[in-house]
Design a protein around this ligand. Structure first.
Ligand SMILES: NC(=O)c1ccc[n+]([C@@H]2O[C@H](COP(=O)([O-])OP(=O)(O)OC[C@H]3O[C@@H](n4cnc5c(N)ncnc54)[C@H](OP(=O)(O)O)[C@@H]3O)[C@@H](O)[C@H]2O)c1
Length: 333
């Protein structure tokens, strides 16, 4: 597989097409893996909109916008990084559904651990900064809030593979950054794409009562905010080589899935009496930690970060999925 030269016009991402013929090509290149995914799409956009020469890669959904690269193939990873020679790599690709990881542990380990190690090795070899996306599920949720140096103790296989991925990255690339984030939401292609937006289906079908977890405490975080943190880290790193190691970023509004669902109902003036609060620890599926609140003070001290209020972010990303089109027209047009 061959990749286009980043300096040719053909490679210039669509967001740059307005640039005049003689305008200088940005001299900062970023490679985003998982650019077809929920977070990767936001990261790609954030860098492309801020004057970075941005290359995205995906796998099943890659074409036509992105490069199609199977990260399970170490020679494809090497070629991708050697040919584009990015200054920064943001590694978003992963298997992040805990139940899928539990049922396919070998495949998930290949992607979450082995491929992350290869990306780290290749990035280190060309002197590129690497941001590896990780998760609050590396913690067991028994003594929040968690600082970067607190001892991880993942409860499920997903958390274990992401922690092993962190270790593989930092061993192969001591100058890399690990960015841990909690449950994400944002512009979704379907409601099922995020563990937050998926709740909206049950909210809207108010003729059926719906059990909602009110035990696990979450900090829903907008992908646009995480994308901005990635860009700020990458730009700061160009001036300051101390930007490396583990970082935490998270929204600061604590709520359970039951509370998120009630907020969704409230935002769109929908009934919520069919939503039933379940306060016991869930017994089905992969084990989940109760409260993995992340202490984000390291990034805050660096002046990095942005938080979209949940009400604003959730209204914006859910309204295209509203079933009551008449109501939608009244309110939004
Ligand atoms: N979503 C969350 O709530 C959450 C919370 C905490 C941390 N995180 C972390 O944030 C990162 C991004 O998560 P996300 O929600 O954006 O994931 P996602 O939407 O499930 O996207 C996964 C991405 O990985 C790509 N991919 C899968 N297999 C691949 C392969 N063999 N080769 C190349 N690419 C492959 C997919 O490409 P195709 O679709 O094109 O095949 C897709 O772009 C992950 O590291 C995750 O662990 C996510």
């Amino acid at each position: 597989q061959s990749f286009q030269n980043p300096f040719t016009k053909e490679h210039t991402p669509p967001t740059h097409t307005h640039v005049q013929e003689d305008a200088p090509v940005p001299d900062r290149r970023v490679l985003v893996t998982g650019a077809t995914g929920l977070l990767g799409r936001a990261v790609y956009k954030e860098f492309a909109d801020n004057d970075w020469d941005t290359m995205g890669c995906g796998y099943k959904r890659a074409r036509p916008k992105f490069e199609q690269v199977n990260l399970l193939d170490p020679s494809a990873v090497r070629q991708l990084i050697q040919e584009f020679k990015p200054h920064t790599v943001v590694h978003c690709a992963a298997e992040r559904r805990p139940d899928v990881v539990a049922s396919q542990p070998e495949h998930s380990t290949q992607l979450n651990v082995m491929a992350s190690g290869w990306i780290a090795k290749e990035s280190a070899e060309i002197g590129a900064f690497l941001i590896y996306m990780s998760t609050d599920y590396v913690f067991d949720g028994t003594s929040p809030p968690y600082r970067e140096e607190d001892t991880p103790n993942p409860l499920n296989t997903y958390g274990k593979t992401k922690l092993q991925g962190e270790q593989a990255v930092l061993q192969n690339h001591p100058g890399a950054a690990v960015l841990r984030v909690p449950v994400l939401y944002g512009d979704v292609q379907s409601l099922e794409e995020s563990a937050v937006t998926v709740l909206f289906d049950k909210v809207q079908h108010s003729n059926k009562s719906a059990n909602m977890d009110n035990w696990q405490q979450r900090f829903p975080t907008h992908v646009g905010d995480v994308a901005r943190v990635c860009r700020q880290l990458a730009e700061r790193r160009l001036e300051d080589s101390c930007i490396k190691g583990i970082f935490h970023w998270s929204g600061n509004e604590q709520m359970s899935k039951y509370q998120m669902a009630c907020i969704m109902a409230n935002v769109f003036n929908l009934p919520s009496s069919h939503l039933r609060s379940i306060t016991e620890s869930p017994v089905v599926g992969a084990l989940r930690p109760q409260n993995t609140q992340l202490d984000c003070s390291r990034l805050e001290r660096l002046g990095i970060g942005h938080r979209t209020p949940f009400l604003t972010g959730i209204r914006r990303c859910l309204w295209p999925f509203l079933l009551d089109k008449k109501w939608r027209q009244t309110v939004f047009h």
